[in-house]
Design a protein around this ligand. Structure first.
Ligand SMILES: Cc1cc2nc3c(=O)[nH]c(=O)nc-3n(C[C@H](O)[C@H](O)[C@H](O)COP(=O)(O)OP(=O)(O)OC[C@H]3O[C@@H](n4cnc5c(N)ncnc54)[C@H](O)[C@@H]3O)c2cc1C
Length: 526
């Protein structure tokens, strides 16, 4: 490792990992800020993240598309309120091309290691194929729901039929005449189950915990609406604003368990309206407070269980054999295919486990997070200078668009880079006590909310600590990330600048370099 104290040239000002909504937003806003020296390292062969990978039948967003899109890149052409995955994917491709991002992206580059070298103040980033880049700032846009969670069921690997995860859909598989087991009843499963139920001969839906599901206020946009959105961006923005406010209001029953009761009653009525059999109604009614886990939206999921070829099973699966699934009551059901609608590893200690990140003094990020991932505003971690996370700990939302949070984070990071430039600092490191105080505040705000009412979900780790959710209105998060309080960070000076100050000379040459670079005057590729 290089440890000289002079600032060395970095290949890039900023290296971004991942080309999903997060990484691409970061790239767009860097360009806008005049920071052109950046690289996006993407392990796949195309941009898109979530929307490149989730292509299962019925896949769509569950936040309205006019809101689940960049605020600065409105799309008047969404076909319906909740667009299907392919429209979202096309939108991402379009944004990538319109903003000229492709020349900055290195596809097929999976980042396996990032090590901070404090001497020169740069990140040394290595891909799994062995190539390296150095950058002043390191931005993680690896995605919170990206690594499929494969359940640990004895015998799964011995199954001789077709088995795949919902995010790795096998489009060539023909469901006609097949007996299928679908495991899990989360956000993805409730979208694909109604689609395959009409094709499969028999569908067994294995449910561990019933989700709360409300009707989805979905419909097509009329031609007139789309034309109006095209001619009047103002109207489209008003529509977006209205959707945003409506979604924020949905937080009220989640923040206050008393208000959750009436919503639960409504949701229970909805189940009864959709399902004929009272025993099924009971099995499909969750036993935890609404909002504790993500509330799902669907207009066709419950109805599926009225079909004679669909069976809901609530007994745990104890074993999978070569051609069958065995449940706790000893029943063995022969199946041709198993679909894993089991969600994703949402804990960064799992989804980042193939990526070694080392900060000051060789501190390992995942070891540092042993008792729980924590980041200031979900973005910066003490001991990991110039490292920024997108959709980091406690910045997920259950009630509104994650893109709103991503844009807030990207804005904050650009502000950080500007302050680094203004201070001509080598690196910034969030103060430990600032991070601690922030986390105490989060824990305090989570108290007495529905999230801490006792359910087990991917929002929480084993000891019950919520590591995923931002406990409050998203506009409060936006307000917190508008500006960077320089007192929250330790700014390590650039020794070259210190020399300039002490001897009062060399001002010109350094000044020239500062003009050449976006922050701090270093950067080889701009
Ligand atoms: C089916 C589904 C539906 C969803 N619907 C909604 C919704 O309606 N509303 C909402 O707000 N949110 C929704 N989400 C959450 C969604 O994940 C986020 O909204 C958003 O897409 C996250 O974007 P991202 O860029 O952070 O992550 P991703 O989209 O996951 O992108 C991460 C990228 O990083 C790359 N990558 C990861 N690790 C590495 C590495 N080591 N090296 C190089 N590249 C790497 C990946 O290949 C990927 O391209 C949904 C998620 C799923 C799975």
């Amino acid at each position: 490792m290089v440890t000289n104290t002079r600032r060395a040239e970095a290949d890039f000002e900023v290296a971004i990992v991942g080309a999903g909504f997060s990484g691409l937003c970061m790239a767009i806003k860097l360009k806008e800020a005049g920071i052109d020296s950046f690289v996006v390292l993407e392990k796949a062969a195309e941009v898109g993240g979530t929307w490149r990978e989730n292509t299962y039948p019925g896949c769509a967003c569950d936040v309205q598309s006019h809101l689940y899109s960049y605020s600065f890149e409105g799309n008047p052409n969404w076909s319906r309120k909740f667009a299907p995955w392919n429209e979202i994917y096309d939108y991402i491709l379009q944004c990538t091309d319109e903003h000229g991002l492709r020349s900055h992206i290195r596809f097929g580059h999976e980042v396996g290691e990032a090590i901070f070298d404090a001497g020169p103040g740069l990140w040394r980033i290595r891909t799994t194929s062995g190539s390296t880049v150095t950058a002043r700032a390191f931005v993680l846009g690896t995605g919170p729901l990206h690594v499929p969670l494969i359940p640990d069921i004895p015998g799964l690997e011995t199954f001789q039929g077709k088995v795949f995860h919902s995010s790795q859909w096998e489009h060539g598989f023909d469901f006609e005449g097949k007996t299928v087991a679908s495991i899990g009843t989360g956000g993805s499963a409730i979208q694909y189950v109604p689609e395959i139920a009409t094709k499969a001969k028999q569908l067994h839906v294995f449910q561990r915990t019933a989700p709360w599901i409300l009707p989805k206020p979905d419909r097509e946009y009329t031609g007139l609406e789309r034309s109006l959105f095209r001619v009047s961006p103002r109207l489209r923005q008003l529509h977006r604003g209205w959707l945003y406010v409506r979604n924020e209001v949905r937080l009220l029953p989640i923040m206050n368990p008393m208000l959750a009761r009436p919503l639960e009653k409504l949701a229970t009525l909805y189940i009864k309206r959709c399902i004929d059999d009272p025993a099924l109604v009971e099995q499909l009614t969750p036993d935890y407070t609404i909002g504790c886990k993500r509330v799902l939206l669907s207009n066709n999921y419950y109805q599926v269980f009225n079909r004679s070829n669909v069976e809901l099973l609530t007994d745990a699966i104890t074993q999978i054999k070569e051609h069958s699934v065995v449940t706790k009551d000893g029943t063995e059901r022969p199946v041709d295919a198993i679909i894993l609608g089991t969600g994703f590893h949402a804990d960064p200690r799992n989804y980042l486990d193939k990526l070694t990140i080392k900060g000051l003094g060789g501190r390992d990020l995942l070891a540092h997070w042993k008792s729980g991932p924590e980041a200031y505003l979900g973005i910066t971690v003490a001991g990991f200078p110039n490292m920024f996370e997108l959709v980091g700990p406690n910045t997920g939302l259950g009630h509104n668009s994650l893109i709103f949070m991503i844009e807030s984070q990207v804005h904050y990071i650009v502000q950080c880079l500007k302050v680094l430039r203004a201070k001509n600092a080598k690196y910034m490191n969030v103060r430990t006590h600032v991070l601690r105080r922030y986390n105490e505040e989060l824990e305090h705000r989570l108290e007495d909310t529905v999230w801490t009412s006792g359910c087990k979900s991917w929002y929480t780790q084993e000891d019950g600590k919520n590591i995923a959710i931002w406990p409050g209105f998203s506009f409060r998060y936006r307000a917190r990330t508008r500006t960077v309080d320089a007192n929250d960070y330790v700014w390590t000076p650039n020794p070259e600048k210190a020399n300039v100050r002490s001897d009062g000379r060399n001002g010109h040459s350094h000044g020239d370099r500062h003009r050449r670079s976006a922050f701090g005057g270093v950067g080889g590729a701009d």
